[in-house]
Design a binder for this molecule. Structure first.
Ligand code: MN
Length: 436
């Protein structure tokens, strides 16, 4: 799966004209999956594939075209709107469908006549979560985030000694994961006012975002049967943008001794389009460790991971305040980073570590990377870091200031891959607005 093939050919063009615009996130080399329907209708949710500014409705498209038996079997779960069942079928079927879609959408394909009526403008869609997410784990692989936040919470001991050895994570809450476009209610909770020994109860005053990626598990493993690092990538279906909304004041009071709890479980937002691991192949880069750092233990190390275990995704956080929205001003960039600059562990290492004790993953499980802050302070993936623990407000171009999120703020995450010799692809957006 992890090699370039005809579906990545930069010369490929689509008969869907908007897919050939160099700025689109969704050229024919991408082909991400979402679950969607026409906005404002009660139509059933269907699996769709993005192509330019359009979406191909697979339930309609499969009916409109002829297939081999193998294609029909692979496509059947997609026709039913069940991405989990499609993912469970494994990489051979994922590749079969990717190749079929690529051929059908290529300029000059005889399928154009049948498939053109199965396109819906993405602007006319509303989205559901792309799949059923049974379990959600959030890791803490952003070493610059961990160091900066560690300094704020524990000035004497910022990065705990296990960090260079263990991919740190916690089991999160799957029920409160929502899809881009959602409104998030400011949570209530317990916080400890500065200088006090008695907590107070009330609305969170330090509401924050976290810029993360989410890995979608494709095929699971049986309980008690770890996934080796050699096999880890073949269990991953794709990647989404993920905003791990965080109540920092609640977090500071509750996080010891067992880690985050209510400070994280009120909402998590992901982008609707799942960009497949196959689409990300051209953007692979080596996994490296800073000189002097220990190398991973053998169960977290292999040649393939060292050679190309990381994926170069450029990430960006934007904010649009209520005043900006009212004035018709577009969102502005708060920070930008890149996955390989931010992360201490790769996707394969997270899968290998998660399962090494025998934990079973299932199709649709979501693994968050943790906040992907770059090495420079202005590349931080949270307001906690950008405002240095709330001490230094961030000033926006319209003069407004933020230490943490205000009611009415909308946060937009974006991701984009580009490298010489390949057509750039993107993730669309992951947006969420604080109610009020
Ligand atoms: Mn997080």
């Amino acid at each position: 799966m992890n090699h370039l093939d005809a579906t990545h050919d930069p010369a490929l063009r689509s008969w869907v004209a908007s897919a050939n615009d160099g700025a689109t996130d969704f050229p024919i080399q991408n082909l991400p999956y979402a679950r969607a329907r026409r906005a404002g209708t009660e139509e059933p949710w269907r699996i769709m594939v993005a192509i330019g500014d359009q979406a191909l409705d697979l339930a309609a498209a499969v009916l409109a075209a002829e297939h081999t038996d193998a294609q029909a079997a692979a496509l059947a779960p997609l026709v039913r709107g069940d991405l989990n069942a499609f993912m469970a079928r494994g990489p051979a079927d994922w590749q079969l469908v990717r190749e079929s879609l690529s051929r059908a959408l290529t300029m000059g394909s005889p399928a154009e006549v049948a498939l053109a009526p199965c396109l819906i403008a993405q602007s006319a869609l509303e989205f559901a979560l792309p799949c059923t997410i049974g379990d959600y784990t959030d890791f803490y692989t952003g070493i610059h985030h961990a160091t900066t936040v560690g300094k704020l919470f524990r000035p004497d001991n910022p990065l705990l000694p296990n960090y260079q050895w263990v991919p740190i994570g916690y089991h999160g809450r799957a029920s409160s994961i929502g899809v881009s476009g959602q409104t998030v209610r400011r949570p209530m909770g317990q916080t400890l006012p500065p200088g006090s020994t008695v907590p107070q109860f009330g609305p969170c005053k330090r509401l924050d975002f976290e810029l993360e990626l989410g890995l979608i598990v494709g095929t699971g493993n049986a309980l008690g049967e770890p996934v080796s690092i050699d096999q880890a990538e073949s269990h991953l279906f794709g990647v989404v943008l993920l905003n791990d909304w965080s109540a920092r004041d609640v977090q500071a009071w509750e996080y010891q001794p067992l880690g985050p709890f209510l400070s994280k479980n009120f909402a998590t937002t992901i982008s609707p389009w799942v960009v497949t691991m196959a689409a990300l192949v051209p953007f692979r880069v080596p996994f490296t460790r800073p000189a002097g750092d220990p190398q991973p233990l053998p169960y977290l190390d292999n040649a393939a991971n060292r050679a190309a275990g990381a994926i170069d995704i450029a990430l960006e956080v934007q904010i649009e305040t209520a005043a900006m929205a009212h004035a018709g001003q577009p969102p502005v960039t708060l920070s930008a980073s890149r996955w390989p600059d931010a992360a201490y562990w790769t996707a394969a290492q997270l899968v290998a570590h998660h399962t090494v004790g025998g934990c079973n993953l299932q199709p649709g499980d979501l693994l968050g990377t943790g906040t992907l802050s770059g090495p420079a302070p202005e590349q931080a993936g949270s307001l906690l870091e950008l405002s240095m623990g709330g001490k230094t407000p961030v000033t926006l171009p319209n003069g407004e200031q933020r230490t943490f999120l205000a009611d009415g703020d909308r946060v937009v995450l974006r991701g984009r891959c580009a490298v010489a010799g390949a057509v750039g692809i993107g993730f669309g957006e992951c947006s969420g607005r604080i109610a009020g």
